[in-house]
Design a protein around this ligand. Structure first.
Ligand SMILES: Nc1ncnc2c1ncn2[C@@H]1O[C@H](COP(=O)(O)OP(=O)(O)OP(=O)(O)O)[C@@H](O)[C@H]1O
Ligand SMILES: [Mg+2]
Length: 269
């Protein structure tokens, strides 16, 4: 269980305004937790804060804690945080191109993560990288190992990012709009992959999105965010059946009627 308690973040540019306001979440092990809300409501800020990635130049966490393994990771030094990132919490971004380094091959980049975390002896690093590529269901992993990011399609890049993110066996994967830049078929494949990984690795996934159709299909639990605050949180099924907050109702009414009460989860459509 990962718990986020009363987390508040402010950016210096908008001093006094809380980009994330007292957010509280408990993410059970091996579950997919969707964080949904309109553009600018603070989803990415919350994800970055959980990972200790809010740039010190831009803003700061003014209160709260993020507890993993009984430890508040926000109390960690920069050095400790580097170790926590990847090993406890990994972050994948909407645009994989922005986090893959164009001048190194996919294999070299994953090797580097494993090396930095001292996951294994140098001579075994490539073996574990190959395992990660296979877990991300990359066809022909031997070949992809030696390709550069520009040689991969968008979907393959996102798979490579996922392989990198899970390579050091984190407990929590934060996936920030990971399918927004992809076509529908590729999006479906990536969603299925994440569902499979949460099963196979007991991985918890915080899935950030503004797309309620995605939430319907993959989420075990949902948190609805509105203007920096988490306004409603609970089991997906319950929230879809009996939304309480006005904003949640609005989100649901944005769906065509025939889909609104459909018991989602799952992947039929
Ligand atoms: N580096 C920054 N400096 C100052 N303000 C920022 C910074 N990053 C985000 N903000 C502001 O904080 C608020 C929350 O932004 P955030 O990016 O977390 O929203 P979001 O829910 O992820 O939006 P989107 O769905 O568009 O990705 C917005 O008002 C945004 O303008
Ligand atoms: Mg965002």
């Amino acid at each position: 269980m990962i718990s986020i308690n009363d987390l508040t973040v402010e950016y210096y540019r908008d001093a006094g305004k809380k980009a994330v306001d007292n957010a509280r979440l408990k993410i059970p092990e091996g579950s997919i937790f969707a964080l949904i809300g309109e553009s600018g409501c603070g989803k990415t800020t919350l994800g970055l804060a959980i990972t200790g990635l809010i740039s010190q130049r831009d803003g700061r966490i003014t209160s709260g804690s993020v507890v993993i393994n009984n430890k508040n990771i926000l109390r960690s030094s920069q050095e400790e945080l580097r170790n926590i990132r990847g090993k406890q919490v990994s972050y994948i971004f909407q645009e994989p191109a922005s986090s893959l380094n164009p001048v190194f091959t996919i294999g070299e980049q994953i090797d580097e993560v494993l090396f930095a975390h001292k996951i294994t002896e140098k001579k075994y690093v490539k073996d574990i990288t190959m395992v990660s590529l296979r877990k991300a269901q990359i066809n022909n992993p031997e070949r992809v190992y030696s390709l550069y990011p520009y040689q991969l399609s968008g979907g393959m890049k996102q798979r490579a990012m996922i392989a990198m993110a899970i390579s050091a066996s984190p407990k929590l994967l934060i996936a920030d709009e990971p399918t927004t830049a992809l076509d529908t078929d590729t999006e479906n494949e990536i969603l299925k992959l994440l569902l499979g990984l949460r099963e196979e690795l007991s991985l918890s996934v915080l899935f950030i999105t503004h797309n309620i159709r995605i939430v319907q299909r993959i989420a075990d639990s949902v948190a609805v965010m509105h203007r920096g605050k988490i306004v409603e949180v609970g089991q997906a099924e319950k929230i879809f059946r009996t939304p309480k907050h006005e904003y949640t109702k609005l989100l649901l009414f944005s769906l065509p009627e025939r889909l609104r009460l459909k018991v989602y989860r799952r992947f039929e459509s």
